[in-house]
Design a protein around this ligand. Structure first.
Ligand code: ZN
Length: 130
C-alpha cells in the first residue's frame, strides 16, 4: 500500500494519476514488489520540485545547480521502512521491468545528503487512461 510523507506528496500523486504521468505504473510496480517481499508498502517522500527548490537543494548539497526530473513530473522518491535489503530487490525488480534508455536507469538508491531512499525516473511520455 502506498503511503505519503505529507499532504503535498499525496496531492501530487493524485495529480500524477489524473494526468496519466508515465511514472505512475513504475511506482505501482515498486509498491507491488515491496508487498511481495513482505513489506507493508512504500512511502512516497518527494514527487514534484519547483525550479527554486531544485536550486536550493543543489546549494545545500554544495553542487552547481542542475535541472532534475523532479521538476518535470518524471521523478519520484520513496522509502521502505527498515528494509534496506528489500530496497535493493525492489530496485532490481523495477530495472528488470522498466528501461530508461541510454546509460540511465529507472530505479537507483540514494543516500547522500538525505535519508536513504529509492529514486525513480522515467523518460518523457504518458500512459493511456480510461
Ligand atoms: Zn529523486
Amino acid at each position: 500500500m502506498i503511503e505519503f510523507r505529507n499532504e503535498r506528496v499525496a496531492s501530487e500523486w493524485a495529480e500524477a494519476i489524473d494526468n496519466g504521468r508515465l511514472i505512475v505504473p513504475v511506482v505501482l510496480w515498486a509498491d507491488a514488489l515491496a508487498v511481495s517481499l513482505g513489506a507493508p508498502g512504500i512511502t512516497l517522500t518527494n514527487i514534484l520540485r519547483t525550479p527554486q527548490e531544485q536550486i536550493d537543494l543543489c546549494r545545500q548539497m554544495g553542487v552547481e545547480p542542475y535541472r532534475s526530473v523532479h521538476e518535470f513530473w518524471r521523478g519520484v522518491d520513496f522509502s521502505c521502512a527498515g528494509l534496506s535489503d528489500t530496497m535493493t530487490e525492489i530496485i532490481g525488480g523495477v530495472n528488470l521491468m522498466y528501461r530508461y534508455g541510454g546509460t540511465f536507469v529507472v530505479a537507483a538508491y540514494h543516500s547522500a545528503g538525505t535519508a536513504p531512499h529509492v529514486h525513480l525516473q522515467v523518460p518523457n511520455g504518458s500512459v493511456w487512461r480510461v
